[in-house]
Design a protein around this ligand. Sequence first.
Ligand SMILES: CC(C)(COP(=O)(O)OP(=O)(O)OC[C@H]1O[C@@H](n2cnc3c(N)ncnc32)[C@H](O)[C@@H]1OP(=O)(O)O)[C@@H](O)C(=O)NCCC(=O)NCCS
Length: 176
Amino acid sequence: MTVTVGVAGLWEAEQLADVAAVTFPLACPPGSTRESIDAFVADVLSHERFGDYLSDPGRTILAARENDSVVGYAMLVHGDPADPALAAVVAHSPTMELSKLYVLPGHHGGQVARALMTAALEHASATGCAGVWLGVNQENARAQRFYAKNGFEIVGTKTFTVGTEVHDDYVMERAL
Ligand SMILES: CC(C)(COP(=O)(O)OP(=O)(O)OC[C@H]1O[C@@H](n2cnc3c(N)ncnc32)[C@H](O)[C@@H]1OP(=O)(O)O)[C@@H](O)C(=O)NCCC(=O)NCCS
């Protein structure tokens, strides 16, 4: 089955939210509670919120599609980090945040994540970025390995709030 990656359209908000609801829990540390994950999915990853993200000129969502189904997505947030603590560890400017990269479990270990990463880096490069940064949970070894394979290095740490829980992330960055 051929998977293609392209910029997502507003009509894909519901499919993206469905993929996000399935894949977000996979990125959380084992001790995360169902309540906190559900609250995050409802607040940040709903159909309506994806509609907002898709309409926001400061963001780009890339969808990986197999036939007409979304099997993974990446979200890029344009602009240098506003948080001074993040700005202090992110070396390259202008930069872009690879805010989310999520692939349905049946497509892990294949070409989908790499195709999304390639498209994300091409997009950042085409818009004049000198680097790309991201946050990844410190217990998410698979994602860290994937990012390291794609040229990212740990440059710092940050926190990430999920419901009532505060999770510890690594900040990773690569030059373009
Ligand atoms: C992160 C993600 C996009 C990566 O895509 P993928 O198709 O799984 O990536 P790959 O298989 O190409 O690479 C993963 C690597 O981690 C390795 N790996 C798998 N499980 C691992 C583990 N528990 N510990 C360490 N490495 C692990 C794999 O062997 C592979 O390395 P290799 O190619 O050297 O063998 C995908 O796993 C995913 O969507 N995960 C759920 C959501 C998520 O965590 N997103 C990231 C949020 S920051």
